[in-house]
Design a protein around this ligand. Structure first.
Ligand code: CA
Length: 223
């Protein structure tokens, strides 16, 4: 697992590098918010240590935009600003924890371990059925190792089906997941999007995974 450090204070970066090496963590460094954001977008990191005040892109924006792009890598925010609202905001925009500067390295490692432990319990990033794989962390779908490009709606539908694989999911449930609880179908939207999804997932297959359950909805099942 590699930790990404996004921090512009060179002195602190040197201290962190030494400490992480001592604890046998691999790491990568970005010295401004934009570079850090681009690196984090790859989804290749097990954890991100993110400073709040950074050149080019504020830590708060980095965090918010990563979560909006479905990058769910755990984030520990570092903040020198002693204002309590900032800390609360950090958690609001999707950080997992925060540390007030100056902090002790013991404290930092305790937080890293706690965040990783917590994530292991709650996170189920990979779902698969037959040779279809949905990687929730990276928001990627592959069938027979070939990447498929899904629209956000198609992804939500597939995600719901695969999280409940084998079970019949009602039309109502699927519509709620993909369009929200207040959506009222006017043009057979669900059928239309399921048809698109089938074209991507099941085209040219003798045994389709998406099955219509009459009078109920759909299920993802191996024939
Ligand atoms: Ca800074």
């Amino acid at each position: 697992m590699t930790i990404l450090i996004i921090e512009d204070e060179k002195k602190l970066v040197e201290i962190l590098k030494k400490a992480l090496r001592g604890e046998r963590y691999a790491f990568d460094i970005a010295y401004d918010g934009e570079e850090g954001f681009q690196k984090a977008l790859t989804g290749n990191y097990g954890l991100i240590i993110l400073d709040l005040s950074l050149p080019k892109k504020d830590g708060m924006d980095v965090c918010k935009e990563l979560r909006a792009r479905m990058i769910h890598t755990p984030i520990i925010m570092l903040t020198a600003r002693g204002v309590i609202e900032n800390r609360v905001n950090g958690l609001d925009v999707g950080a997992d924890d925060y540390l007030l500067k100056p902090f002790s390295l013991d404290e930092l490692f305790a937080r890293i371990r706690a965040v990783l432990r917590r994530r292991k319990v709650t996170e189920i990033p990979l779902f698969n059925i037959a040779d279809l794989v949905v990687d929730g962390k990276r928001h990627q779908v592959t069938r027979a190792s070939k990447a498929l490009s899904l629209t956000p709606k198609e992804y939500r539908l597939l995600d719901t089906l695969i999280r409940n694989k084998g079970q019949a999911i009602t039309r109502k449930q699927l519509i709620e997941e993909a369009w929200g609880p207040h959506f009222v179908e006017t043009n057979n939207e669900l059928n239309v999007h399921i048809r698109y999804l089938r074209r991507k997932i099941d085209s040219d297959r003798d045994e389709p995974l998406i099955q219509t359950i009459r009078g109920v909805g759909y299920a993802l099942r191996e024939a």
